[in-house]
Design a protein around this ligand. Structure first.
Ligand code: FUB
Length: 363
């Protein structure tokens, strides 16, 4: 009887099998890569950094370099609710870049909750300014009574570390501060946000823990403004409301969810006009309204950014190296509302001063 060893007997078959297994494995790898590529190509732009979660990008150019002041999202394990408890951020990291598309540097922890004397919890969307030879970081934070106030911290460097003032800015409340410098050198702070941002609790600058939004057919809660003192640490005037009007000159109503202010105010100036942009929150648009001075009134004009992946939509607009850019976030990396990633894309003004609407998804 022929005693050919089993390997020799089935040698050719085995080799063919091994080749087939290897080929299948390679095909699967290629498929995964193509899938990733396809997934990425759905988005208009890609996350600026991937090593940490970042959101609410406020961008500024200081000394010809672009600095982004974002929230630093973390997994706090807190269930999602309408108060935003799941956004339990503890510190800020500042990002910078020398040119569009270039290397992005994370400058590490610039300010942490544990170093803020009046801190309760939740470091939300910050903004920054340069004045008096110093950099000022403005941040919203709940105090020890769980009421949002706005704090300020100082540094000699745009990237910190920042030293917080012992108390919040007197007269400040709610969240999402943005600092705008007009051509005459005057700084203004816009702020406020409803629901978890607690703005509905404030009426005529007085706090009522039970305050709610007006009825749907009544004028909506409005964002707030205050001129800054030269020290950049205090308001120079009583906080005022910023009116946003419809095409007939009437205040936008609470029930006009596609257009009324929710949170994330930003101000930019273009050809002498003042552009107030903001998020509509539960309808997820970034829209804008135009006025003739920093206080408004502002007339609603349209949508800058359609809804992104994730519940929140939050942005800033800055000119850098001759072009205008929109900075925004979505949840491309995590698929989770509270773990976001910042992005940027070019923003274009039309010749009539309107802004071209941006779609964050390509398909
Ligand atoms: O990041 C926390 C909050 O989510 C911000 O303050 C809001 O504008 C929204 O983006």
């Amino acid at each position: 009887m022929n005693k050919t060893p089993i390997f020799t007997k089935y040698k050719t078959g085995l080799i063919v099998l091994i080749i087939l297994i290897y080929a299948t494995a390679c095909t699967n790898t290629t498929k995964t890569n193509t899938g990733d590529k396809e997934k990425k190509s759905k988005y208009l732009s890609q996350p600026l950094v991937e090593h940490i979660y970042t959101a609410d990008p406020s961008a500024h150019v200081f000394n010809n370099k672009l600095y982004i002041y974002p929230s630093h999202d973390v997994e706090a394990g807190i269930p999602e609710n309408d108060f935003g408890d799941h956004f339990d951020m503890r510190d800020y990291h500042i990002l910078s870049m020398e040119k569009v598309g270039g290397k992005i540097t994370d400058h590490g922890v610039a300010l942490a909750v544990k170093d803020i004397p009046w801190a309760g919890r939740q470091l939300w969307a910050p903004d920054a300014a340069f004045a008096n030879g110093k950099y000022y970081l403005y941040f919203p934070l709940k105090d020890k009574n769980d009421v949002f106030k706005i704090g300020v911290a100082l540094s000699d460097s745009p990237t910190g570390p920042f030293t917080p003032q012992p108390k919040p800015i007197a007269g400040s409340y709610s969240m999402d501060p943005t600092i705008f410098k007009d051509n005459d050198g005057t700084f203004y702070m816009y702020f406020g946000g409803i629901w978890g941002g607690q703005l509905q609790r404030w009426n005529n600058n007085k706090y009522n823990a039970d305050g709610i939004e007006p009825a749907a057919d009544q004028p909506a809660v409005l964002p707030k403004i205050a001129r800054m003192n030269a020290d950049m640490l205090s308001f120079a005037e009583e906080v005022k409301e910023v009116q946003i009007l419809d095409e007939n000159g009437n205040l936008l109503l609470t029930g006009d969810n596609n257009r009324r202010f929710f949170e994330a105010a930003w101000m930019h100036k273009y050809k002498g006009k003042y552009y107030l942009s903001y998020s509509t929150g539960d309808t997820h648009f970034i829209c804008y309204a135009i006025g003739d001075n920093p206080y408004g009134p502002f007339k609603y004009e349209g949508v800058i950014l359609n809804p992104v992946e994730g519940w929140t939509n939050h942005h800033s607009i800055t000119q850098f190296q001759g072009k205008w850019f929109l900075f925004y976030h979505d949840t491309q990396l995590s698929g989770k509302t509270h773990l976001r990633n910042v992005k940027m894309t070019e923003l274009k003004h039309n010749s009539d001063g309107t802004i071209q609407t941006i779609n964050p998804m390509v398909e």
